[in-house]
Design a binder for this molecule. Sequence first.
Ligand SMILES: *Cc1c(COP(=O)(O)O)cnc(C)c1O
Length: 719
Amino acid sequence: MTPKKRATGRTSKKSARQSAAATNDLRTRLEVIARDLLWTWTPSAQALFAQIDPLQWEATKQSPLGVLGRVNPERFAALEADRGYLARVKAVEAERAAYYRAKTWHAREAKGARRRMQVAYLCSEYAVHESLQQYSGGLGVLAGDHLKSASDLGVPLVAVGLLYQHGYYIQEFDAKGATRVLYPRYEFGGLPIEDTGVDIAVPIGRRKVNVRVWKQQVGRVPIYLLDADRQGNRPEDRQLTEGLYKGEPDLRLRQQVLLGVGGILALEAVGESPTVFHLNEGHAAFASLERMRTAMQGGESFERALEQVKRSTVFTTHTPVPAGHDRYDPKDVWEYLRPTAAPLGLDAQSLADMGRVEPGDRSEQLCMTVLALRTAAHVNGVSALHGRVSREMWARVYPQATSVEEVPIGHITNGVHTRTWLSPAAGDVYERWLKPDWNAAGPDDDPWARAADIPDEELWALRRRLRSELVQFVRTRLRRQAMGRGADAVEAAIASEAFDRDVLTIGFARRFATYKRAPLIFRDPERLAAILDHAKRPVQLVFAGKAHPRDKAGQAYAQTIHEFTRDARFVGRVALIEEYDMQVGRALTSGCDVWLNNPIRPHEASGTSGMKPPLHGGINLSILDGWWPESYDGTNGWAIGDGKERDDQEAQDAADAEDLYRLLEKQVAPEFYRRDKDGLPRAWIARARASLTKVPRQFSTHRMVADYVRQAYWPAAGG
Ligand SMILES: *Cc1c(COP(=O)(O)O)cnc(C)c1O
């Protein structure tokens, strides 16, 4: 039942820990389960820890080790004597053993060189669980879901990232709705991360930075995490892993040297020998230069080293927003990267040229995306539309391409890891109807087609149950937020009464980046108030989202929404939940009837939150941007706008808001409230079912990872 063994010095330590699992010591057995993040997508394992102490389970953001660390001795003694509990522990152990024993998809499909492939996945953030706050948003969620599917499918993959002392940040709103940015400091010892004891020295500029490598086990997939907060390092070097996307551009540049160059050094130090390197976003692009350095040290020419690196590098670009691509002053890059780049025979200008659209143009900075494009032969955007936009955007990097179609950038559309996002209540229903075993389905299977068999009554009962759970969640959170702000008992009581379990519920949760236009629906407050307060078909709205600490415009959006929650026209019908994280994400995407998405097209490269509600019979109401044009067929949701882009942003906002109101008034609300003699909204249920049967199969990370394997990893491995 051990995760796949690796040829490293640490295997023996791991075996020792694992064999302790064979003892009868309950605490040790629970710790073994807690330290393998497989529990994050195993509901039965989560239930074991929630049951120890439900209050601590919530207080620790659902952390198994947190609960184990706080449980009082009497309670624990009671569990040790509870035969029912012990039987459940045993069942979870058996489930875990079966997981590792099963023959995986990759083991079945891959032959020869393909089987020997080993992928290194480099990313600046990973969202594996809300109790490990090492992520800011969609990029991290995608990376975490990618690793979980790689584990399920048996794709040989190891990941590399940074270990941030205080993660991203904790968000609170003050009484006026201004964002308060809190930086907790995590004790790594209390987290499910193993100290490998391996140190590496990463050259950054004139200094070597001392870095400890930690390891987090995500099922079969390890994440190696770099920690520069070590004694002996200068304060400015210890800052390298202080926070995610925190600090000045200079720090960000040095972090990217750490991730790229340090990532490659770390893999070598822990004994991994990857054959394929996946740069997930341009942040890690310096990895290619470090790999070239190693190849040239082994006697290769610059050209051949570049050729080798390109052949074996996969690069995924994640945003069409120009500001989303890091650009640095060539002088600074040279300053920090010289120990890596000088052995390649490069100087400041020729290094910068590798990251310039027009080599030789001294007015251009070095762009991490361009550097990644020039050092990777397998490049993709994250939706069909984003692939097309990226080919246009980067056409000048490929002067040999005679038309935009020839630009060698493809697309692999994002997905979500089903088991991570599926609510247990929905899982119970699918257990009964999506037989045999929807959960064991491979990337080419379609268990969701069988959702056609779920009776209307049952699907609607599930929707009602999930909505009720959400209403409960909203009330609890609003009460907690009110108390946290020092609000009086009256306000806390109002929070307890907010929302209604039978009212059509629309959700909007995402990073509050301005292009996502969170407040668009409030453009005409009177018209919205009439929709929400309609006598026969009321609507309620729940929001959540974080803006980057420096993004004042995004924070102002959050404040605008906060103000509307207190506006007499909207009180009790509009809620803003603090601290958007994976737990809030799960609660909202499972409970909402409708998932609203109104970015400025084509700025949403893919988006993934909208792939989560369909797993629960939720329905998308979205601009035709990102992944949605690939799925929307008129029966499985609604499209806002006409799929065209206007140059005049004000006119675009007006047109999109108008179309959104029209849909809400004429289609969404009437369809939800049109009930037959059995009290069922048949047309609504048909749309929910179309959402359930059509979205989850295609937009899962199982499908996505299989696409990466077939279209990028195997070719990059020479198979
Ligand atoms: C799913 C998810 C995201 C990604 O959502 P987008 O649609 O890309 O905005 C971000 N954050 C959290 C917490 C999520 O659960």
